[in-house]
Design a protein around this ligand. Sequence first.
Ligand SMILES: [Zn+2]
Length: 326
Amino acid sequence: MAKKAYNPAMNKHSSRCNVKNYFAGLALDRAAGVRRDPEWLQKRMQAPDSYFVPVWRERNLLRAEASAAALLSRAEVDPWLENADAVVFLGEDGESAYFALFLDGGDDAVPTQLVGFGEFHQLKGAAEGLGENDRGLLAYARAMAHWHGRQRFCSDCGAPTHSSSDGHVRICSSSECGREHFPRTDAAVIVVVEHGTSCLLVRQPRWREGLYSALAGFVEAGESVEDAVVREVYEEVGVRVIGQRYHSSQPWPFPSSLMLGFEAKAAAREFNPGDDELEDARWFTREEYAAALASGEVKMPSRPSIARRLISDWYGRDGAVLSDVD
Ligand SMILES: [Zn+2]
């Protein structure tokens, strides 16, 4: 079960992405222009150096030590490829093509054909131990698995759908309908609110003890991302945003979000957490934040989250260095 090394130099998009949030920056050409060509796709799928990324019940297969994705070769999946729930072409790195392979089947038991290849893990918990490309690859596969699982029936007429050969469209089986369904991504904003040198962080009661994080919420229908930043901050803490700057984005396939990170400027320090979702909201100067972390009173968001990066970047903007904490 060899794992082929990715070659980022082969990827023409990789130079665009300067900020590497967890799950972002996958060095793979998605080949969207050719992946719907059945002949091309068959050739890629049959190639001995193609690799398959199994997903079962939205969990990813990792090697036993959970430090790398378990990628299966064409020969290894050959006996049961035909019976997979769906196969999705993910992309190629110049030499090898990568496919996600879904084995949900409604059964609670780990598919017997995969016993011995690794163990299935929830990606959110395992992400820290993985390399950048494995994170991106597994997130992509997980997001597609979730969508396939949720789009088994046509939302127009209720008839069953089937996957297109490349796995990026599900097609309604009714000859009268035939609608094509595409993967959906739900946009959410996540915002670090600042006033002077302070930053406003919030806490929800269901979060682990001590965790304070940035404000976040989904973009609503008919709303721009910028308007969502203003609305979310006002709804959650009653603070008027008078300026905002886009930071970076992050695919967050738990199950299907795209996190859009912003830094926002507050009109004033007064706030009113009227939303029942919040247990607390607090302004922190850098000194107060560092002291609260050091004492254990406050915890940072987990490393995979864009919230952690937003807060770290706020803290480090004037050259301050936050010592590594959990
Ligand atoms: Zn239909």
